[in-house]
Ligand binder design. Structure first.
Ligand code: ATP
Length: 292
């Protein structure tokens, strides 16, 4: 196989609690993550040697600073592949937006490269390798809906809902995840973690709409970023419920009942100058259906 195209979807955090800081500097979290159908495209082509990354649609480094590059370097080395890869990224997911675009691209490269070189790596083996690239990478190799614990790499799969409509909106300011967690870390004694989430039966399907939606990072990010709060209010006043920041922001998402409301609300958010998209939740992970 000479070329593989892998869709690389975004995620939203329907629930995100920070349990505490760990000796290794990471935080223990409990998060429910859901894939949505806003996708970057990752195209991989064989090259005789070396890794080349080309990015369209966003300003991102082409070398080791790009998670796609790092994912390719890690797998080529770990699998002892003699050969290289050319990676073309078509970015549609807002960068540093709490939607996991970088981790998703890294996961897409792991799957794409395995296909390209016919590597006999299981999903679990790729997930284990992916942990070295970022805590969310194993989730992006999963089935699309999971409870993530530990630093985000321990996954309990949850059974999917039928596709549900959401509106994603981003005011166009990047938020550093490291900064958000540092802020949260300094306030850890101020809250009692919501470790028990009453309305989601683990191993089953949590209730929809997610009235239990919650993101601890809102309390540290929103006071510093009134633009995100304003966007949240816009979506709430237009009928989204619940409306929540995803990850460390700056993206927010609104749960809506149908396609018409989703497109109307996305258009309204766009008018305010934000990036906005009407999306649906995914019931399976499209990365595993990569085209050769
Ligand atoms: P996270 O919560 O995992 O930090 P995020 O969703 O907030 O992620 P990303 O879009 O994944 O944000 O980007 C996080 C950082 O990773 C950015 O600073 C960006 O420059 C860097 N990065 C490296 N490679 C990529 C990539 N392929 N796509 C997006 N960002 C990338």
């Amino acid at each position: 196989m000479n070329e593989v195209v892998v869709p690389s979807p975004a995620k939203v955090n329907l629930f995100l609690e920070i349990i505490g800081r760990r000796p290794d500097g990471y935080h223990d979290i409990a998060s429910i993550m859901q894939l949505v159908d806003l996708c970057d495209e990752v195209r991989l082509r064989r090259r005789r040697t070396g890794i080349r990354v080309e990015v369209q649609g966003a300003e991102l480094p082409a070398g080791r600073g790009n998670l796609a590059y790092r994912a390719a370097a890690l797998l080529l080395e770990a699998a002892g592949v003699e050969g290289g890869v050319e990676i073309h990224l078509e970015k549609r997911i807002p960068v540093a937006g709490g939607l996991g675009g970088g981790s998703s691209n890294a996961a897409a490269v792991l799957i794409g490269l395995s296909r390209l070189y016919g590597l006999p790596w299981s999903r679990e083996a790729l997930q284990k390798l992916g942990e070295n690239l970022g805590s969310d990478v194993p989730f992006f190799l999963g089935d699309g809906l999971a409870l993530a614990t530990g630093r985000g790499e321990i996954l309990t799969p949850l059974s999917a809902w039928p596709p549900q409509w959401l509106v994603l909106a981003n005011p166009g300011l990047p938020i550093s995840t490291a900064w958000a967690y540092r802020e949260a870390s300094s306030k850890l004694t101020e809250w009692q973690p919501r470790v028990s989430i009453p309305s989601f039966p683990l191993g089953g399907r949590p209730q929809w709409p997610p009235v239990w939606a919650f993101n601890r990072l809102e309390s540290v990010v929103l006071p510093h970023r009134p633009e995100i709060l304003a966007l949240k209010h816009l979506l709430q006043e237009a009928g989204g419920a619940p409306v929540l920041m995803s990850g460390s922001g700056a993206s927010v998402f609104a749960v809506v009942s149908d396609a018409v409301s989703a497109h109307q609300l996305a258009a309204q958010a766009e008018k305010s100058g934000a990036f906005a998209a009407a999306v649906t939740t995914l019931t399976a992970n499209p990365m595993w259906e990569a085209r050769g």
